[in-house]
Each structure stands twice: as C-alpha cells, then as structure tokens.
Design a protein around this ligand. Structure first.
Ligand code: OGA
Ligand code: NI
Length: 403
C-alpha cells in the first residue's frame, strides 16, 4: 500500500465512527494541533485489530507439531539458515565491536571504526558502555519473567493499533497478513508526557522500578553515542542531538519475546525491516542467537558478546546524515529449542519537528535525498502498512510532498 488514497480506504474500515466524525473546525486550535488530528484521521489506526489476536506464546505452548498457516512465509522469504551457515567466507565476518571507554579516552582508531561501522554496516556492538552488567541481566530476566506470567496477567495490558503501547502480537492492520513469530511489549520513557506507569506491567513486582532505571541509563548512553556520531559526521558534537530536539527526544522500548517454534525454517521472528527511529540500542538474549543483519546479499547472524549492546542506525539518522550513515535491514530467525528475549530501546527525534538532511551534509554534488517530514508523520505512514514497508526509505520517497 504505497499511497495515501489507499491508506484512506483502509482507515474507513479501521477507525471507529466517532473518530471519523472528528472535524477540524475549532478556530482556537493551533495549526500544529490541527495537523495532529488530521494525521490521526488519515491514519487508519483505530482501537481494534482487524482480527482476533492470537498469542504466539499460547500457540507454542499448545505443543503444535506443525506451524499454523498464518506464520508460514512464502518460500522466497524463508530464512534458509543452512545456506548461510555453510558459507565459509562469511562465517568469520561480523559487525564491528567498539570499545566506548577507549573511544571516549581519545582513541582515534575506535573513532574511525565506529564511523566505518555506521557507513558500511549500519550496526555495531559496544562494550565498556557504562551500563552496569547487573542492570542488563536484571532487565532481561525480569522481562522474561513477565512473559512467563499466566495469560490473564498479561492480557490486561493488551494493546491496540492506535498507539501500540502494551502487550501485542502483531504489527500492522492488514487483514489476512502472514504474521511474525513473536509477542512483544511496547512502552514509552520519553517524552515524559507519554510515560505512563499504568501502561507498564506491574508484575513481576520490581519490574517498573527496574525498567525505569534501565530507561534512564539507556537515554544517557544514547546521548553519548549521538555526540560521537555527530562529530564523526563533521558536525559539532551537540548538533545531531539538537536536530533531534535537544532535551525533548523520544525514547521507547520494545521487548520482543520469541517462543520456541515448531518449524523455524518456515517462519521469521521478525520480518526484514529497518528501524524507523533515530538509533536502536538492543540488549540481545546472550544465550540464543536470532538477529540477522543484511550485508550485501547475505544475512549475517550476529554473535552477541556478553554484556555488550548491539547498536544500529535508524531511518531518521540516515535522513539527517543524507544517507552517509545507513539504516540497514535486519530480521530475526527463530528456533525449536529455546525461547529468546530481546530489549530494543529506540532513541528517537522529538516527534513533531521536521527531520531533513543536515545542511552541512548537503552539497551541489550531494543534494538532499529526502524531503522534510516529522517522525510522527513517518511513523504513522509505516504503521498503517505493517511490515510490507516497515521502515523502508524506498517508500518514503514515494510519499506525496503535500502530506
Ligand atoms: C526490533 C528488532 C531484533 C531482535 O525490535 O526492531 O530488530 O533481536 N529486534 O529482537
Ligand atoms: Ni529492528
């Protein structure tokens, strides 16, 4: 679904009547607020999913021997893990590892390597990043315990396509879509106006406190990484952060739960996508691999280092850097032996300021590759389409200029 007409058609089936009746005629409303309502009305994101939600976890626990049709990818999209495993020349290639301590002590080699990682891989792992290993382990374990709670304890947080906050099992509202093999939990840290403890789980008993601390530490780490990327791009160290809205950045968390899968060769935990936001800081499962990063024509399985984070460039930094830094496609494979939990922390620009290539990175030989668009508009565009173009900058260029 690549244009707004089609999104509007979809919105008729998804918005409730009340929403469709909203009229933008309040003279006292600011243009910005009118714009927000307009976006909402065009969005097709209502309170209801198009079909009853099935928890992947409950399917996994029902001892299926074969994969339900809804999760079977067409042959061309299946993971084909064996082919990659048997390619000796790619077996040793992996995303770069960056020592942040050494980088901040002025090591020029590290600075150069992180720059290359952003240009060529769009991905790297960071060690000596300043977040305590105990907090990382506690965060992962606590969220694992959340997913292992009885169904009823989780269903109270069941999410809707309007905000996606809470406990979810699909992305996109396309009826009959082939689904990914995961359940997830999505919540906001920043802006503070969106941080709502009532939308965070209350069990296990320490989860809110722990999650709050985790969020604060990751916001700090995100800010530090931003200064490195900024100066590596030839900008002032604070400039990228300023383009994100300074103090008013967004930060949210998607905890992914990938249950054991009866036929992993036919399914994906997450379909190929690029991350729509600024930058993602992923805490992977240190026991179970799953994340694959596109590198040329191959999918490279990332080997997570213990207590490292996997960082990747999102679409908004690709836009701001005028494509010097790459928001690279990635996906997740599943397995029949072990469940897997990962925490994807998204560090995003303030959602209502226009994002466009930084002036210093635009020249006569390198014209701006993207029109200005706010992250709100961009995210909505992606969410109405599910995974077919989730995060895809190809489609971004197809959005009419008057959107
Ligand atoms: C994501 C993501 C990777 C993983 O949540 O956007 O890419 O390993 N997750 O779970
Ligand atoms: Ni991702």
């Amino acid at each position: 679904m690549n244009n707004l007409d089609e999104i509007k058609i979809e919105s008729k089936t998804c918005l409730n009547d009340q929403e469709q009746e909203v009229k933008i005629d309040n003279m006292h409303m600011s243009d910005q607020d009118k714009n927000k309502i307009e976006i909402k009305n065009k969005s097709g994101l209502g309170e209801k999913w198009p079909e009853p939600i099935v928890r992947v976890q409950s399917l996994a626990e029902s001892n299926l021997t074969s994969l339900p049709d809804r999760y079977i990818k067409p042959p061309s999209q299946r993971p084909q893990t064996t082919i990659i495993d048997h390619q000796p020349e790619v077996a040793d290639i992996n995303i770069p590892i960056i020592d942040l301590d050494s980088l901040f002590s002025g090591n020029e080699d590290d600075k150069k390597r992180i720059s290359e990682a952003c240009r060529e891989w769009g991905f790297f792992q960071v060690i000596n990043h300043g977040v305590k290993p105990e907090l990382m382990d506690a965060a992962r374990e606590t969220w694992k315990s959340f997913f292992n709670l009885p169904v009823e304890a989780k269903e109270v947080y069941s999410n809707s396509p309007r905000t996606y906050e809470g406990y979810g099992s699909r992305l996109g509202v396309e009826k009959g879509a082939i689904l990914d093999w995961n359940d997830y939990y999505y919540l906001h840290f920043l802006p503070l106006a969106l941080k709502d403890f009532n939308k965070w789980p209350s069990l296990p008993s320490n989860i809110r406190e722990m999650n709050d601390e985790y969020g604060k530490e990751l916001v700090k780490l995100g800010g530090r990484l931003m200064t490195i990327l900024s100066s590596n791009l030839g900008l002032r160290a604070e400039q990228l952060q300023e383009a994100f809205g300074g103090e008013d950045v967004g930060a949210c968390l998607r905890v992914n739960y990938y249950p054991k899968c009866p036929q992993p060769e036919l399914a994906l935990g997450l379909s190929p996508h690029s991350d729509p936001g600024g930058m993602t800081i992923l805490l992977p499962d240190d026991q179970v691999v799953g994340l694959q990063v596109r590198h040329g024509d191959t999918w490279i399985t990332v080997n997570p280092l213990r207590h490292a984070f996997i960082v990747n460039i999102g679409d908004q930094i690709q836009i701001l850097s005028n494509s010097k830094y790459k928001s690279v496609e990635h996906r997740v494979i599943v397995n029949s032996e072990k469940e897997r939990v990962s925490l994807a922390f998204f560090y995003n620009p303030k959602s209502d300021i226009p994002i466009q290539p930084m002036q210093q990175l635009v020249t006569s030989t390198m014209p701006p590759l993207y029109p200005p668009m706010t992250f709100d508009q961009y995210r909505l565009f992606i969410r109405t389409q599910g995974y077919r173009s989730y995060g895809s900058l190809k489609n971004y260029l197809e959005i009419p200029k008057d959107w």
